[in-house]
Design a protein around this ligand. Structure first.
Ligand SMILES: [Zn+2]
Length: 278
């Protein structure tokens, strides 16, 4: 491998990356890149149960994320601890934290939500994508948060932001996840508290709090089939690939002029280049 990258996946909630990017993160980790996940909120609203506290739920979800990242070969999670559902009210503090971590970890590539996605009704997803993008742009300016710049931490800028499962723009990166698909399935299933909420979707009439062994097996099978269908559907964009994940990668810094040019050409009716395969 020619270059070893330091990659930061920025999530709003502990399970956010697993559905759309886990196969790619596992592939990058296996290729020798260092993969980090920074989770903005505690995920402490993510349950329909009445018999758990928000603190207990946050602890459960932190442990689930830790297991998922371990399965993917990523580093232990970096938990930023903002309250679930309210990232918008903490935008400035979140931006400062992300700038700090991008600098401290010397991040080359950021992976996050597309903040321009229409019909995205969860405000934390929009906010995580928006603020991660801003942090990627601003982390190189030493006059911003100069208090970070000590003990070997320097101003530095990620080169690219990759947006997961874009719907506002044709993907320009298609990643073959055939070899890491089973790791993706295992990482999604690590989030038991969230999969339980999907119980009724995959096992009609099931009580998520009292699943039989048979129902649990059906739930796992349903989750795997759902992920398989999604991966095969994305792979349809790239002949010869069986299962894939799709991204829109945007250069940061001076490189973003390149994107303006590409988008202008596209608006002018010039067909875009085919997506890069990875
Ligand atoms: Zn989420």
């Amino acid at each position: 491998m020619s270059e070893t990258l330091r990659i930061a996946a920025v999530y709003a909630h502990p399970d956010d990356g697993e559905f759309f990017a886990a196969g790619t993160l596992a592939k990058w980790a296996a290729a020798g890149h260092t993969v980090y996940a920074l989770c903005a909120t505690r995920g402490d609203l993510g349950s329909k149960r009445r018999d758990v506290t928000r603190d207990d739920l946050a602890a459960t979800r932190a442990a689930e994320l830790g297991r998922a990242l371990h399965l993917l070969g990523a580093q232990p999670p970096i938990l930023l601890g903002f309250p679930d559902g309210f990232l918008r009210d903490h935008a400035a503090a979140l931006r400062e934290r992300l700038i700090y971590w991008f600098r401290r970890l010397r991040i080359d590539r950021v992976l996050t939500f597309d903040p321009w996605k229409r019909y995205e009704i969860h405000p934390d997803h929009i906010e995580a994508g928006r603020i991660a993008s801003e942090a990627a742009v601003f982390s190189c300016f030493p006059l911003l948060h100069p208090e970070h710049l000590c003990d070997g931490v320097d101003a530095a800028q990620p080169k690219e932001v990759w947006y997961m499962m874009p719907t506002e723009h044709r993907p320009n990166r298609i990643i073959d996840i055939s070899a890491t698909f089973q790791k993706k399935v295992a990482s999604v299933l690590s989030h038991s508290s969230q999969i339980e909420m999907l119980a009724d979707w995959f096992v009609k009439g099931a009580n998520p709090q009292a699943l039989t062994d048979e129902q649990r097996a059906q739930l796992q099978q349903g989750t795997e089939s759902f992920l398989d269908g999604m991966a095969r559907g994305v792979a349809g964009m790239a002949p010869g690939i069986e299962r894939a994940e799709a991204f829109f990668a945007q250069p940061v810094g001076p490189g973003h002029f390149q994107n303006y040019q590409e988008l202008f050409m596209e608006a002018a009716g010039v067909p875009p280049a085919p997506p890069q395969l990875g």
